[in-house]
Design a protein around this ligand. Structure first.
Ligand SMILES: *Cc1c(COP(=O)(O)O)cnc(C)c1O
Length: 421
């Protein structure tokens, strides 16, 4: 007769380290978001824009960094206005921060008024039809929560045309208009010398001045660095908060926010002449030692960063040294050439650094053939997520020397809140 399988004790007496290790072993990589760095970046932008108010754009899950966590940290730091893209994003942010103003950039759709009212957030109105529909809702319900008006000055994406904006000036002068912000968006703010900047500034300044008493906003991250005339009453930084360089023609004034590490799952040695990975596009030119790490393009590490016999790809940091990607990046795995490391410097189970230790979001963007924005918003959802700082009650990662490390707070993907009935 077969004996019953042994049961594993529910709470085995593991040390804190072992607990942390076993929690992290369930993941191929660890994504650490430094909330203190986000707060420091926000303060720097706030100082640069003073006396304008500094808001925070936290759409797309705060550019992949976690909208709720970022909203809580920045709200504690004094940020009073947030921008998201959709009502659903606003709902999540409102659950995290009860006080601040939340604007939804995506425009107003008929029959969504109740959503705005229920969570007390404001639509960014992008054309006269939206405005008319919003007015109907406000009149019918008596809702006075306010809305922004977005005016297009050259992007040709969202926003009232200049002549449509002119048409609503009488309403502004009549008072009790419910418009709490007038805004536009820059086309080429990261290019200091683009003549488009001056054209948009002139157009916006002229129309905004007719919205008397209504705060005005034009600048995104890069726009803040175009100087005081671009800052108006409120600035709307996004990318710079998360460490992307808002001044690509100069050194990055922002702190790095995201650190990404992956686990070595195998070390192997191959002969000269052997190839690595799909398609065999990378050939060993010497006896080669490889570290195989447990992150791939499904985790947002773009396949474009692969290397082959003709082209170098991205680099990762193994045992403190930069080592090149070898061959094609797979869905879940990447091979790294670690031949130049001292013997035993890297072992199975060690973590390597994909972002951090000098590898910036902008460097990865270069290898991925894109911009830092897309690197951040593509960060996968398979990582263990660790949040550092942000004035949280319990520090998550304690200094190693003093105390045993506490188990990291591993964020589970939140289940979507129930839809309103
Ligand atoms: C995304 C966005 C921003 C933030 O832009 P960054 O370049 O990330 O600072 C500001 N305003 C509008 C309208 C946006 O859509």
């Amino acid at each position: 007769m077969a004996s019953a399988p042994k049961t594993i004790p529910q709470s085995s007496p593991l040390s804190a380290e072992a607990n942390q290790a076993s929690a992290l072993a369930a993941y191929g990589g660890v994504l650490t978001v430094d909330l203190d760095a986000i707060v420091a970046n926000w303060r720097k932008l706030e100082k640069t824009a003073v006396p304008a108010e500094c808001s925070a754009v936290i759409k797309a899950d705060a550019y992949g960094c976690g909208a709720e966590q970022v909203a809580r940290a920045l709200s504690k730091a004094g940020c009073k206005t947030f921008f998201v893209a959709t009502i659903e994003e606003a709902r999540r942010v409102r659950a995290a921060v009860p006080e601040p103003t939340i604007y939804v950039l995506g425009g107003y759709f008929q029959n969504t008024g109740e959503h705005y009212a229920r969570i007390n957030c404001r639509p960014v109105i992008g054309d006269l039809n939206e405005l008319a529909e919003w007015d109907v809702f406000c009149r019918r319900t008596g809702w006075t929560g306010g809305a922004a008006v977005h005016i297009d000055t050259g992007m040709n994406r969202l926003g009232l045309t200049l002549s449509d904006a002119q048409a609503i000036i009488p309403r502004i002068n009549a008072g009790d208009h419910g418009i709490t912000l007038v805004m536009s968006h820059l086309v080429s703010a990261e290019q200091l010398n683009s003549p488009v900047n001056a054209r948009q500034l002139a157009a916006f300044r002229s129309i905004a001045s007719e919205f008397s008493g209504v705060p005005a906003a034009l600048a995104n991250s890069s726009g803040i660095f175009l100087g005081a005339p671009f800052q108006f009453d409120l600035v709307r930084p996004g990318a710079a908060l998360y460490g992307v360089n808002p001044t690509p023609e100069a050194d990055n004034p922002m702190q790095q926010v995201v650190d990404l590490k992956a686990r070595i799952v195998q070390i192997r040695t191959i002969e000269r002449g052997e190839t690595v990975g799909y398609g065999g596009t990378w050939t060993a030119r010497r006896p080669t030692k490889l570290a195989i790490i447990a992150v791939g393009y499904a985790d947002g590490y773009f396949r474009a960063a692969s290397s082959n016999d003709g082209t170098r790809g991205a680099e990762v940091i193994v045992a403190g040294k930069r080592c090149p990607v070898a061959g094609r990046i797979s869905m879940d795995l990447i091979a790294i050439d670690i031949t130049d490391l001292p013997p035993n410097a890297a072992r199975r189970g060690h973590m390597v650094t994909l972002l951090g230790e000098g590898i910036t979001v902008d460097e990865l963007a270069h290898h991925f053939g894109t911009i830092g924005y897309e690197v951040l918003t593509s960060l996968g959802h398979r990582y263990a997520r660790v949040y550092k700082g942000g004035n949280v009650e319990e520090p998550l990662v304690k200094p190693a020397a003093e105390q045993p490390p506490s188990p990291p707070r591993v964020e589970q993907p939140a289940s979507p809140p129930p839809l309103p009935s």
